[in-house]
Design a protein around this ligand. Structure first.
Ligand SMILES: O=C(O)CCC(=O)C(=O)O
Ligand SMILES: [Fe+2]
Length: 252
């Protein structure tokens, strides 16, 4: 049976691809269909409910698709794969599906970046964030540093914006424009999808105490050929036949 659409129509051509490569992230506002938003909310709430007392090393949030069949079905969803291939090219592999729900009072996340193929920019690793109910900049909001991904530094770390500015950001410029690098806080409406290259510096502001839960899940795909490091995927899941995901689950 064909899967329900998850995305509305969108354009991701040469110009959009260039912007993603220049900035490090690309926002597709309100891309998720109402049906996908409803099903994701249900699945993410279920995954969240399984976390207390869960098995260490096999946490429902880190292995979200292994705990929920709808999240699993999106790994090989034709629209998800089309988007991943528009970014990475035809040859892709799946890396992870991680739930990033942030209940009221959640402390957010400090500045950091992630790894892949530091020595060869031809090998990309993209994160596809589904911000099901969106966020405001000061309420579980994603922040990023446009151009930071071009340094391909997997070890960016800072606890606060100030510490990032005084540390890693100091004196750094965009390699293509020479402009000083700067922090960009984002605000996005419900149903927004954000693409982000894995080396981009990013952080998350705390979720306000009286806010509802921010429902989010991220899917990671990469162009194979380099060591992806530890993938959050069990050997059993790697061998599982997931419709649409044939050929996507092996490391290389
Ligand atoms: O919660 C978020 O919006 C982003 C979390 C994050 O840093 C990540 O998934 O790499
Ligand atoms: Fe991150």
């Amino acid at each position: 049976m064909p899967q329900n659409p998850i995305f509305h129509d969108y354009t991701f051509g040469d110009q959009e691809r260039k912007e993603l490569d220049h900035v490090g992230h690309f926002v597709l506002p309100k891309l998720l269909t109402i049906d996908a938003q409803a099903r994701l909310t249900e699945s993410l709430a279920r995954v969240e409910s399984l976390i207390p007392g869960c098995k260490k090393g096999y946490e429902p949030n880190r292995f979200a698709a292994e705990y929920d069949s709808y999240l699993e079905s999106l790994i090989g969803h034709p629209q998800m794969l089309k988007l991943a291939r528009q970014v990475l090219g035809e040859e892709i592999r799946y890396d992870h599906c991680v739930s990033l729900n942030r209940p009221g009072g959640n402390s957010g996340a400090g500045w950091h970046s992630h790894a892949y193929a530091e020595d060869d920019p031809r090998y990309g690793f993209v994160r596809i964030f589904l911000y099901v109910n969106g966020f405001e900049a000061d309420d579980g909001g994603l922040k990023a540093v446009p151009g930071s991904h071009l340094y391909r530094d997997p070890k960016i770390q800072a606890a606060t914006d100030e510490a990032l500015r005084e540390g890693w950001l100091a004196e750094k410029t965009h390699p293509e424009t020479g402009e000083p690098l700067a922090i960009e806080p984002l605000s996005v409406p419900p149903g927004t999808v954000v693409l982000m290259w894995t080396h981009a510096a990013h952080a998350v502001t705390p979720r306000k105490q009286d806010s509802d839960t921010r429902w989010t899940v991220v899917y990671g795909y990469y162009k194979p050929g380099k060591d992806p490091g530890e993938r959050w995927i069990t050997p059993e899941f790697e061998r599982k036949r997931i419709p649409g995901a044939e050929g996507l689950m092996s490391e290389y």
